[in-house]
Design a protein around this ligand. Structure first.
Ligand code: AMP
Ligand code: TRP
Length: 330
């Protein structure tokens, strides 16, 4: 069975972008692959966090992933900091990556721009991500568009390490959905929908109430003209709304164009809000049940045990190749 690995940061509530670009696909893949899904809490430390809030967000992120359909009987769901091999291999990856390579990462450039103080971790973040992926002999990495460059770096680092020290790591492939891989902010279609959007109307969160969803959709920016047509170059805001509608309601975009021919934005937005509400309703219900049950923590303990079992021999193999002694690893 081929191996899948992906991660989600516990940096805030999950957005509809996270769901449509990543988590929905994680759920589909669990039927055919041996999947490892990780709440990457060490990545969340690159920007200072309130410890109490982080503790809650870690479990809540896992709860949402399960509520969205990930079944811990089928997948290994775990928290990154529970498996020390991630931090260990991360240092090795930092020493494999070059300063130039890390400097070219567009996410680093975006996230560091205009900040007075930038942690070293924000710069080396992709090395930790490469470690996450390579530790599990991963074949495929399902991610949204914004993570493609990081997965490609993980590939380059695996190839470089293998050519320096002998065959050690499997070389992973990114898989990016054809549509929905870059859901945009409802307030500004030139930016991605993000957990940390400063505009309160930019992102729809998986936990949003019906009222909040209606309000956000009503406020969503649109383009000039009245026609409901998919034209990402000239009507980027509407193209984004049509993409969201299509994925939430499982209706092809061409069909939506037909349905709204001759109708205006008000009708369209009413339908869109309803589609989002219906899509999130079952997730929200399961999330409530999950959060009350104590099942999430149990799943994470078992997940960490399985993750450790698979990653420890890979770390040991890498250390051996490097000439590190492994005195304590049997
Ligand atoms: P993050 O919240 O940055 O940890 O992202 C978790 C996963 O969701 C990654 O695979 C991202 O590529 C994906 N993702 C995040 N935001 C979006 C978005 N606006 N559209 C599509 N995918 C996204
Ligand atoms: N950097 C990713 C993000 O922000 C999260 C992540 C960490 C990840 N490690 C990973 C994704 C490994 C895929 C594989 O979305």
């Amino acid at each position: 069975m081929k191996r899948v690995f992906s991660g989600v940061q516990p940096t805030g509530g999950l957005t509809l972008g996270n769901y449509l670009g990543a988590i929905k696909h994680f759920v589909r893949l669990q039927e055919e692959y041996d999947c490892f899904y990780c709440v990457v809490d060490l990545h969340a430390l690159t920007v200072p966090k309130d410890p109490k809030e982080l503790r809650t967000l870690i479990v809540d992120t896992a709860a949402y992933m399960m509520a969205a359909g990930l079944d811990p009987e089928k997948v290994t769901l775990f928290v990154q900091s529970d498996v020390p091999a991630h931090s260990e291999l991360s240092w090795i990856m930092e020493c494999t990556a070059t300063f130039g390579e890390l400097s070219r990462m567009t996410q680093f450039k975006e996230k560091s721009e205009g900040r007075e103080s930038v942690s070293g971790g924000l710069f080396t973040y992709p090395a930790l991500m490469a470690a996450d992926i390579l530790l599990y002999d991963t074949d495929v990495v399902p991610v949204g568009e914004d993570q493609k460059q990081h997965v490609e770096l993980a590939r380059d680092l695996a190839i470089r390490f293998n050519s320096r020290y002998g065959d050690t790591f499997k070389v992973p492939e990114p898989v990016i959905p054809k549509t929905g891989a870059r859901i945009k902010s409802l307030a500004d279609p030139s930016r991605k929908m993000s957990k940390s959007d400063t505009d309160p109307y930019g992102a729809i969160f998986l936990g949003d109430s019906e009222d909040e969803i209606v309000k956000k959709v009503r406020r969503a920016v649109t383009d000039s003209g009245r026609e409901i047509i998919y034209d990402p170059d000239n009507k980027p805001a509407l193209a984004n709304l049509l993409t969201i509608y299509s994925h939430c309601a499982d209706i092809p975009i061409e069909k939506l164009e037909e349905m709204y021919a001759g109708k205006g934005y008000a009708d369209f937005k009413k339908g869109l809000a309803e589609a989002v509400i219906q899509c999130l309703k079952p997730i929200q219900k399961r999330h409530r049940e999950m959060s009350e049950s104590g099942y999430v923590k149990e799943a994470l303990v078992e997940g960490a045990r399985k993750a450790m079992e698979v990653s420890t021999p890979v770390l040991k193999r890498a250390k051996e190749r490097l000439g590190l002694p492994n005195h304590m690893m049997g």
